[in-house]
Ligand binder design. Structure first.
Ligand SMILES: NC(=O)c1ccc[n+]([C@@H]2O[C@H](COP(=O)([O-])OP(=O)(O)OC[C@H]3O[C@@H](n4cnc5c(N)ncnc54)[C@H](OP(=O)(O)O)[C@@H]3O)[C@@H](O)[C@H]2O)c1
Length: 321
């Protein structure tokens, strides 16, 4: 079958051929791939930097996708372990890791949105269930996951959502129609402290996609501005687009009732992640949540890998062209 194949962690995958995988037991089925999302997680596996990467090459990237079974059923699925990834004509699906989709759902939107969507959905359901009426700060709200996190926090019961991010135009959209009650522009300068202190001093939960310097700055600004330092604050680490590390002064952990937790593969069990997928998929099918997929034929994977992508869009590779 045709597939995207990574031969070196230093180069984009190339369109090539590999043996078609075969189902290994009663739970597995071979599906025609309709669309597979090119998420940051997929890129980091393909360049060998993801924390789950074991260095094996060649490999077929792709961690999830939408496929059609031989009977015509449409499934969203998370790829099982030990089989080629989803950027291929066919993929093995473990039905226990799959969610049936209504026949009229948009497979491209679902393939684009489930990974960024599940980052906050799983965090706010499985790591730090949202207190009703909570106030939430989304740090790094201008990416695909952050934008969805604003909506998802509201959907899961937040009364007030502060969206903080770099891009002024996308922040404005988040404030106008994206569900954010307040937006804070992050420039990396000292004004950020004042903006975060004003808007987010008393939040209950932070959904953090940034880490690195912006998180160091945000922690300082939010913790020092809190009216009641004993008020619980859950800081959920989800992404690290601004840097892999922070310096964390020990005093922060003594001076405020803050808990730092992460959410992702490992800190949340596979079965817990899978249990959340049907309800999340339903939100995309029902239109409560939406995504903007950019369809690219699988044959063009090598070019697509490095092509600039409008930030509000997510590439989905489509073997069908
Ligand atoms: N743990 C999980 O379960 C999970 C699941 C899915 C994704 N993730 C992670 O979540 C992160 C975001 O994923 P995504 O799908 O939203 O990616 P994305 O669509 O590429 O968005 C990333 C955004 O980060 C912003 N950004 C980059 N550097 C920044 C900086 N220094 N300061 C402020 N903003 C910065 C950019 O916005 P601007 O253009 O405004 O700068 C960009 O739009 C990634 O690290 C991904 O791996 C985690």
């Amino acid at each position: 079958m045709h597939a995207a194949v990574v031969h070196s962690f230093d180069a984009p995958p190339r369109y090539g051929t590999i043996d078609t995988p075969q189902p290994r037991g009663p739970h597995e089925v071979l599906v025609d791939i309709v669309a597979a999302g090119l998420h940051p997680r997929v890129r980091s596996a393909a360049d060998g930097t993801h924390y789950t990467c074991d260095g094996t090459l060649p490999m077929v990237p792709g961690i999830d996708g939408v496929g059609r079974t031989p009977e015509g059923e449409l499934l969203y699925f998370v790829a099982p372990d030990g089989v080629p990834g989803t950027m291929a004509e066919y993929a093995v699906v473990d039905r226990r890791r799959a969610v049936p989709l209504p026949a009229d759902s948009d497979p491209y939107a679902v393939a684009a949105a489930m990974n960024p969507g599940m980052s906050s959905w799983v965090a706010l359901r499985r790591r730090v269930p949202l207190p009703p009426g909570a106030s939430v700060l989304v740090l790094g709200a201008t990416g695909n996951a952050g934008r969805l996190a604003v909506r998802i926090a509201k959907h899961l019961g937040a009364a007030h959502v502060v969206a903080a991010g770099r891009d002024p135009e996308r922040l404005a959209v988040l404030g106008d129609t994206g569900g954010a009650d307040v937006t804070v522009r992050l420039t990396g300068g000292e004004d950020d402290d004042a903006g975060l202190a004003d808007a987010a001093a008393d939040v209950d939960v932070v959904v953090d996609y940034l880490w690195g310097r912006p998180t160091e700055q945000a922690l300082r600004a939010v913790l020092t501005a809190r009216a009641d330092r004993a008020r619980p604050l859950a800081w959920i680490q989800i992404g690290s687009v601004a840097g892999p590390d922070i310096t964390l002064p020990s005093a922060y952990l003594r001076a405020a009732n803050v808990q730092l937790v992460g959410s992702g593969q490992g800190s949340v069990g596979v079965s817990d992640i899978l249990a959340e997928l049907p309800e999340l998929a339903e939100q995309f099918t029902a239109g409560t949540l939406s995504a903007d997929p950019l369809q690219v034929p699988l044959a063009e994977v090598e070019k697509a890998w490095t092509a600039p992508v409008p930030p509000e869009q997510r590439i989905v590779l489509t073997p069908g062209g």
